[in-house]
Design a protein around this ligand. Structure first.
Ligand code: AQP
Length: 335
């Protein structure tokens, strides 16, 4: 079982990223053969950004992943921009990607709003994402609910490629967690918790200080009712129930039973305490890991070498069936 997932180098990862994705990465590293995780710096260039910030936030992100439990000895951890096979495969996959489908993606539409320049890269984002996964012939992709649409595009690209050129690529499945696939903003529980949220108050960051976490949960928007239970009219409380279930490895139903008689204020305090206890060791480990950029670069270099060897095999097959470059027999010593 090969597992692959990519994560943006936004640096400050939030509780949604942690519960929806990072925790599944850690769980996957012993199941994966191998589990492959990539910090997608090429994806980050599809919107306006500062180059020096990108490097710094990439280090922040890899240090956060390692502090949360990713161990480069037990998984393959690397930076996307170190492995040129991703970009080449992206271009080759464009030939089996429907433009109309890319135009309809929610993320493209949302991120195209209010921009001076809507880059072609933003439109092609799902194709590069497909290349990331398909290059490793991964079977499983752990992601949050918001990535379901992109995963479907990726599967369509792989199926179309195989139909046109013969069975070459693995059609991957998503792995969306049962609890916490869509953690909501604490100030507006009808919207997902997001890096690009207008207000920071509704977003809990993995590296937030305990007092900041407590304050955000204290101010979390709930509803006018009094019962700690899930329901369509109780988006705020439902979200808090999911958060508590996820960070305590419980289930939403068990949380509802345990807090059936609790008041909202007390329940929020419980959730805040559980999240603080869950994140504190990660914050502590992060400081040491982030301080040594040479060590982080060494992790990237070792990861890129292994990743490039795996992706290179797929790319050689793709080039062969597509008739691109010399035939395999003439390729000795070349890719
Ligand atoms: N609210 C969420 N709940 C559960 N999972 C989530 N993910 C993102 N938000 C939630 C999952 O986190 C993984 C990494 O996401 P990313 O690489 O897109 O990181 P990001 O850009 O920092 O996260 P955002 O918040 O999704 O950014 P915006 O909204 O600004 O574009 C993915 O598996 C994702 O599903």
């Amino acid at each position: 079982m090969r597992i692959f997932s990519g994560i943006q180098p936004t640096g400050r990862k939030h509780l949604g990223n942690h519960i929806g994705a990072i925790r599944q990465y850690v769980a996957g590293q012993d199941r994966g053969d191998p589990a492959i995780y990539c910090i997608v710096d090429l994806h980050a260039t599809t919107v306006a950004y500062d180059p020096a910030e990108l490097r710094a936030r990439t280090y922040d992100t890899v240090a956060t992943l390692m502090a949360a439990g990713l161990d480069p000895g037990r998984c393959l951890l690397f930076r996307q921009g170190d492995v040129p096979e991703h970009s080449e495969l992206c271009w080759l996959l464009c030939s089996v990607t429907a433009l109309g489908e890319l135009n309809r993606m929610h993320q493209f539409r949302d991120k195209s709003l209010d921009r001076d320049l809507v880059s072609a890269g933003l439109l092609l984002y799902p194709v590069l994402q497909a290349a990331d996964v398909l290059a490793y012939r991964a079977h499983e992709v752990p992601v949050g609910e918001d990535q379901r649409e992109h995963l479907e595009v990726m599967r369509g690209i792989a199926q179309r490629f195989n139909a046109r050129y013969g069975e070459t690529l693995v059609v991957p499945e998503h792995r969306i967690p049962e609890v916490g696939a869509r953690i909501m903003d604490l100030q507006d529980p009808t919207r997902k918790m997001s890096t690009s949220a207008a207000s920071q108050e509704g977003t809990v960051y993995v590296l937030d200080e305990p007092e900041a976490i407590r304050k955000k949960f204290r101010r979390a928007v709930t509803d006018s009712g009094a019962e700690v239970r899930r329901g369509p009219d109780k988006a705020g409380i439902s979200n808090l129930i999911d958060v508590l279930a996820a960070v305590t490895d419980s289930t939403p139903a068990a949380v509802e039973r345990e807090y059936a008689d609790a008041r909202y204020g007390d329940f929020k305090t419980k959730v805040a305490d559980a999240v603080t206890a869950h994140l504190a060791p990660i914050r502590e480990r992060y400081a040491d890991l982030r301080a040594d950029e040479d060590a982080l670069e060494a992790v990237f270099a070792a990861g890129a070498e292994r990743a490039s060897a795996l992706a290179g095999e797929t790319l050689a097959d793709v080039r062969e069936v597509m008739g691109v470059g010399p035939p395999r027999a003439h390729r000795r010593g070349r890719r």
